[in-house]
Design a protein around this ligand. Structure first.
Ligand code: ADP
Ligand code: MG
Ligand code: ZN
Length: 490
């Protein structure tokens, strides 16, 4: 941030709710193979067709609202937001306006600025307000490129009527990384409870950023620009930084900020004017006459609340407390519900949480990344990773052998005990057997023995190497060390 300035950021996140059918009709929400496959009178906006609210949408929205500590209104009202656009066949979008589904939320999350390499500098706990989360329908898509006649534009209404939850934040963010961490938090939370896939590249989680700047200490908010079209967290962060810089430069050179909607261009790392910003009154909002008020009972809300799973932020903090993971480790481990489950299951079977964390965060995630797959496609069962750790801990195999067994497990999904016996990998821990080999090695190397005893203790490594060589690496290194030390120093 430039000296003497403060940025203010508010975020509007559109989350596509995970329902099988659309919000007001029976059409499928699946990605259509052909344009306009999944359409009917209702989502095509034919005159006289009437909307009927999909119960599952309310279910998803309620779980999301509860996970974000929002207060769900027992009665909310659908409203028409009127505007003209070719991908909006009715000429209005059914949304909610002055009586939204839920409001007044607060979330507490860990956030950190990052260094130039994107590494977190210092995690802090911060609170951010959520103004409201309301239910609405998505519009269709206009297509100007890559199909049919290049002089024409086309409209695909498969997406029209897909249910969305719009989550509007308070203008509580002061840096682009806070915004980044908040949207990451929203995404993980919605994925955890299974109400949204949260894939920004595919557009099922979309984010608009409202950005303004003001002189440090100034209580009044500055004029904002709204940035659209950012389809990854990293672009969101970059777009906000670019915008903060642009606005400060204008103000420092005596210019004024105009309220407008800007588009992020990812190729040029810049934002561009799209249109001047419309105000609420431009939309001529009025209550939707074709839908009754949405009523939800307090008991139903309470029962949903009691059935929510442990949420990622709580889990992240619990992992730090229960398993002594660092903040960064805990963040990675809870980034996906399945990964966190995997870790806890490996901890249960191995009884060694440090080892489970190390194996997962280094070997396992690296191999998964190499193969470009995620934990749900991993061939190694969590229990088997736990079993591998046990084999090391009870000295059946050495850490070095375990690495080879792991590679095999990763490729084949076989149980570690099977691989160990197939390959005859069992470690020699029997002290008398090792002692015998140590005696042989010492007897075969009288010169080195003499040098060692006259002070060249660095030769220890040589003796260890010889013992390992004659046992094909199977001797337990700790036992070898102990015995060698005793014998050499007689
Ligand atoms: P609209 O209906 O035009 O989208 P809202 O008043 O609902 O406008 O605000 C949308 C978002 O903009 C909210 O997240 C809010 O916190 C944020 N916001 C409002 N004013 C400012 C401002 N001056 N600077 C930054 N963000 C702002
Ligand atoms: Mg807006
Ligand atoms: Zn339909």
């Amino acid at each position: 941030m430039r000296e003497g300035w403060e940025a203010v950021i508010g975020l509007e996140v559109h989350a596509q709710l995970n329902t099988k059918s659309k919000i007001f009709c029976r059409c499928s929400t699946e990605f259509g193979r052909d344009s306009n496959d999944h359409t009917c009178q209702v989502c095509l906006g034919l005159p006289g067709a009437l909307p009927v609210l999909n119960r599952e949408v309310v279910h998803c929205a309620a779980r999301a609202a509860l996970a974000l500590n929002l207060k769900i209104n027992n009665e909310s009202i659908f409203a028409r937001k009127n505007y003209f656009y070719p991908d909006l066949p009715k000429g209005y979008q059914i949304s909610q306006y002055d009586r939204p589904f839920s409001e007044n939320g607060k979330v507490e999350i860990l956030t950190s600025e990052r260094d130039d390499g994107g590494r977190p500098l210092e995690w802090r706990l911060r609170q951010f307000g959520i103004t409201r989360a309301h239910i609405e329908e998505d519009a269709g898509k206009s297509i100007h490129e890559d199909v049919g006649d290049a002089t024409k534009s086309y409209v695909n209404l498969n997406r029209a009527g897909t249910p969305l939850l719009e989550i509007v934040s308070e203008p509580d963010f002061r840096t682009s990384w806070e915004a980044y961490d908040y949207v990451g938090f929203l995404r993980r939370t919605l994925q955890y409870i299974g109400v949204c896939d949260g894939n920004m590249e595919e557009g099922n989680l979309r984010c608009d950023a409202n950005v303004s700047v003001r002189r440090a200490g100034e209580p009044k908010l500055g004029t904002r620009a709204e940035i659209k079209n950012v389809n990854s967290l990293r672009y969101l962060q970059k777009a906000i930084d670019y915008e903060i810089d642009r606005q400060i430069t204008i103000l420092e050179t005596g210019g004024r900020i105009v309220q407008e909607t800007r588009l992020w261009n990812e190729k040029e790392n810049k934002t561009y004017t799209m249109r001047s910003k419309e105000d609420a009154h431009d939309y001529r909002y009025f209550p939707e006459p074709d839908l009754p008020p949405l009523e939800v009972g307090s008991e139903w809300i309470e029962s949903l609340k009691s059935h929510l799973p442990e949420l990622p932020e709580a889990r992240r903090r619990r992992f730090i407390d229960d398993y002594q993971l660092s903040s960064d480790e805990s963040f990675t481990m809870t980034s996906q519900r399945e990964l966190a489950d995997y870790f806890e299951s490996a901890v249960r079977t191995s009884g060694n949480h440090r080892a489970a964390a190390n194996w997962i965060l280094s070997e396992l995630l690296r191999e998964l990344k190499n193969d470009n797959v995620d934990i749900t496609e991993c061939k190694i069962k969590a229990e088997d990773l736990g079993a591998l750790i046990k084999l090391i801990d009870d000295n059946t195999i050495s850490g070095k052998m375990a690495k080879d067994v792991f590679v095999d497990m990763f490729a084949t999904g076989k149980a570690p005990a099977d691989i160990v016996s197939e390959k005859g990998l069992v470690q020699i821990t029997d002290a008398s057997a090792i002692e015998k080999i140590v005696d042989e090695v010492i007897a075969a190397n009288p010169k080195q023995l003499e040098q060692y005893r006259s002070g060249k203790t660095g030769l220890m490594g040589f003796f260890v190497g010889q013992v390992m060589k004659s046992t094909s690496g199977k001797a337990n290194p700790q036992v070898v060390n102990d015995i060698l030390k005793k014998k050499l120093e007689i």
